[in-house]
Design a binder for this molecule. Structure first.
Ligand SMILES: NC(=O)c1ccc[n+]([C@@H]2O[C@H](COP(=O)([O-])OP(=O)(O)OC[C@H]3O[C@@H](n4cnc5c(N)ncnc54)[C@H](OP(=O)(O)O)[C@@H]3O)[C@@H](O)[C@H]2O)c1
Length: 415
């Protein structure tokens, strides 16, 4: 574990000229723009490359079967930690989705996983043979669970092959990439959904409902924290620390839950954004990205959100909404499981018991399957992913330029 005494920290106000991050100065001179022009992308090669089997993977005892005749066949692309520990085991709980194919750069791993999940050998593709999925009618949708820097490229390839796409969050590296994905989806006439699982999780759904019902009265403050301590690593050994594959900091991967919560709990888009970030000096984990990002949003109603996220602090994942008539607390707020939520109003506290949060994984698969089969509307479309990446662009710009940024309702910065 890498330790940093506070006195050794180089607190980095991401103001123009004050940062070790090359994108800061260029972003300051670029002014309000959808992309941060002229950034140095970092050291990592942006290419799909097979990785070893993650530790502790549990395989199904018997290969799962589709549960309905009209089940949608998915190709899972990228057999990493999240795919193997969380999502793939949850396909069995889906009504209408099943794993039809695998795409991996590690053939040995794909063989082991394919055998356990009953994926035939001729439905195990590599990154080189991916384009052949166009002729494979067993595959109707591609689930992209690759590092962020690869999402846009592989979504475009999937659409070119005529498949629907479920893409992990964050949608892509910048708004331009997101727009390319949306355009490719429209050109192909295929669906694009971002895997924002909290929109299918019982506690978060109830929280959205409570806020719509004014359970805490007019909202004054929203606070979210998403933190963990990244273990000893470098950008070369952990893509999340790589500017080219992971983004500019913890905001994209983990803080995105705070951004999402602030929006779906307030029901508003921010009119003003301010932000700070810092990068500890001499820490091999943070040579390319910020370790911490703090954001302030003000909404048209006057409500304020304070969001904090880092890869360099003890674990925390919580949300709080304080209104004139009460407080909603979620701690943890957006975990895979074990979410706790309470509402305090007028001296009374209600603790919610809403069942199993892990239904969120299969529910999002069914949501896309329903959209494909029945034409129902997607709750978390590419436009929502684009909106969030625009907000992140504004957050990093606010930090870089050391100013408050006035926002348009679609998440773009005002000129
Ligand atoms: N919704 C959520 O709660 C949640 C949680 C965690 C992660 N995610 C998202 O899921 C995606 C994957 O995250 P993860 O935690 O599963 O990552 P991971 O464990 O590092 O796995 C990523 C996989 O992508 C493939 N890959 C292809 N090119 C790669 C490259 N250049 N570097 C590293 N991996 C490469 C590899 O699969 P092969 O070896 O099979 O080729 C690798 O195992 C990300 O978009 C992340 O944000 C979402």
């Amino acid at each position: 574990m890498v330790h940093h005494a506070a006195s050794r920290r180089h607190f980095l106000q991401l103001a123009a000229g004050a940062s070790a991050l090359p994108w800061v100065a260029s972003c300051a001179s670029a002014g309000p723009a959808e992309t941060l022009e002229g950034e140095t992308p970092g050291s990592h090669e942006v290419r799909a490359i097979g990785q070893p089997m993650p530790r502790g993977v549990r395989l199904p005892d018997t290969p799962p079967q589709p549960r309905s005749a009209d089940s949608v066949g998915f190709a899972v692309i990228g057999l990493g930690g999240y795919a193997l520990h969380q999502m793939m085991p949850r396909f069995t709980r889906s009504r209408r989705a099943h794993i039809a194919a695998l795409v991996s750069g590690n053939a040995e791993k794909a063989a082991t996983i394919g055998a356990a999940y009953g994926v035939p050998e001729d439905a195990r593709y590599s990154y080189d043979s991916f384009d052949e999925i166009a002729a494979d009618d067993r595959i109707e949708a591609v689930y992209i669970v690759l590092p962020t820097g690869l999402h846009a490229e592989w979504a475009e390839k999937a659409f070119a092959a005529g498949k629907h796409v479920l893409c992990e969050k964050p949608m892509a590296m910048d708004p331009a990439e997101c727009q390319r994905m949306i355009d490719a989806s429209e050109r192909a006439g295929r669906k694009l959904m971002i895997a924002y699982r909290c929109h299918f999780e019982p506690y978060n759904l109830r929280a959205m409902e409570l806020m719509r019902e004014d359970a805490v009265g007019d909202i004054r403050l929203i606070r979210t924290d998403q933190h963990y301590n990244a273990g000893p690593a470098t950008p070369a050994t952990n893509w999340r620390l790589s500017r080219a594959l992971g983004g500019r900091g913890p905001l994209e991967d983990y803080g995105i839950y705070g951004v999402q919560s602030a929006l779906y709990l307030s029901g508003e888009m921010p009119k003003l954004i301010g932000a700070r970030a810092f990068q500890p000096a001499g820490d091999p984990r943070f040579t390319e990205i910020a370790a911490y990002v703090g954001t302030m949003m003000q909404f048209p109603s006057g409500a304020v959100a304070q969001l904090s996220t880092s890869y360099d602090a003890a674990g925390s994942n919580r949300a709080l909404v304080r209104g004139v008539g009460g407080t909603l607390t979620m701690d943890p707020a957006t975990n895979y499981d074990g979410i706790e939520m309470s509402l305090r109003t007028g001296g009374a506290t209600e603790d919610f018991q809403l069942g199993d949060s892990t239904v969120q994984f299969a529910a999002q698969l069914d949501h896309l399957a329903d959209a494909i089969r029945d034409g129902t509307q997607i709750k978390t479309p590419g436009e929502m992913g684009l909106r969030d990446i625009r907000l992140m662009t504004a957050i990093y710009t606010a930090a870089a330029e050391n100013r408050l940024i006035a926002m348009n309702p679609d998440g773009t910065m005002k000129a």
